[in-house]
Design a protein around this ligand. Structure first.
Ligand code: PMP
Length: 327
């Protein structure tokens, strides 16, 4: 029989590295994007979702018929909802009320119970993440996935994404460039790659309105000027996952550069990507220019542009954010 996958969770990972042609040719480097949008739930977060559930199963915290609870506005919830169906768990998602209705709909279609709660800052006790944690504590056989501070998220990328990049570049990766939401990706990949070769450079590509560029560059976790229309990335604090990351330096990418890139790569190369992939590729180009020709630079293509039709790919909406699309 031809090659086959055993099921949903077995289909997560082993995504191909795609050569980004224009970016490579303009810098004289080989720039590759890891096609995380090919994961079965459609994003990089399938890996974190599965590892968090897997670790909870292993510890006995999660048993058949149990419930997974998470505070999330996007891809982690989608990954969890798919995996809960595949493994027989209930899925409850807390989400702030400033998110697009499409996100609520998709999660409900996948079978999750979605609880939309008022949008309040992280420090507020009624923040959606904290409500998720409190609710999970009231149930029997339930876990709060807690993607920001649950380091099973980092472990996912240490055990899967990092080794895949190392093997698929024939051990020749010079630099890994990545934006950060929870920090799981950059933490797991950086720890694995540095263990193979301490010389591999790890670079944070940060969006505006996040404190992480300043954290890496000056040591002070203060917010940079925002806002940013990017989704799923940027953070005001150092999570337990990001604390594990081994970052050498950072670049900061304005939204207009990201918008220019995602439209150009769609028109010229056919790749329909979301905003975090745009921030990542802009960062990879900056890093390649700084390193000079002949280097191998890897970044992440986290999800596709599909979820961003009404914002990033709506020119009228972009204009309301003072962002333009050049034809
Ligand atoms: N891009 C997208 C589209 C995401 O949903 C996320 C996760 N929030 C990230 C990037 C960031 O990945 P991580 O949480 O591993 O830092």
């Amino acid at each position: 029989m031809a090659a086959h996958q055993a099921g949903f969770v077995e289909s997560i990972g082993k995504t191909p590295l795609i050569r980004l042609n224009a970016a490579s040719e303009s810098t004289g480097c080989e720039i590759y994007g890891k096609a995380e949008f090919l994961n079965p739930g459609g994003s990089v977060k399938d890996r974190a979702a599965w590892w968090m559930i897997r670790e909870a199963e292993k510890s006995g915290e999660l048993r058949p018929g149990g419930t997974v609870v998470e505070g999330t506005a996007g891809n982690t919830g989608i990954g969890l909802a798919h995996i809960c169906n595949a493994r027989g768990y209930k899925c409850v998602i807390y989400m702030p009320d400033n998110q697009s209705p499409e996100k609520v709909e998709i999660l409900r279609t996948l079978g999750a119970e979605v609880r939309v709660v008022p949008t309040v800052p992280y420090k507020d006790d009624n923040n959606y993440q904290k409500q998720a944690g409190r609710y999970a504590a009231t149930l029997n056989h339930a876990v709060w996935a807690n993607q920001f501070d649950n380091t099973a998220n980092t472990l996912a990328h240490y055990e899967s994404t990092g080794p895949e990049i190392w093997e698929d570049t024939d051990h020749e990766v010079s630099a890994f460039v990545c934006s950060v939401g929870t920090g799981g990706t950059i933490a797991g990949v950086s720890r694995y790659l540095k263990e193979q070769n301490e010389e591999v450079q790890i670079i944070l590509s940060d969006c505006m309105g996040s404190a992480l560029y300043n954290h890496v560059t000056t040591g002070e976790t203060v917010m940079s000027e925002g806002p940013s229309i990017t989704e799923g990335i940027g953070n005001s604090r150092v999570t337990d996952n990001f604390a594990e990351a081994r970052v050498d330096w950072a670049v900061q990418i304005p939204d207009q550069a990201m918008v220019d890139l995602v439209y150009r790569i769609l028109r010229e190369e056919g790749w329909f990507l979301g905003s975090s992939s745009g921030i990542n590729i802009c960062g990879a180009i900056e890093v390649a220019k700084k390193l000079g020709p002949g280097h191998t630079v890897v970044t992440m293509l986290c999800d596709t542009g599909n979820k961003y039709q009404s914002r990033l790919f709506d020119r009228e909406w972009l204009a309301t954010q003072n962002l333009t699309v050049s034809d």
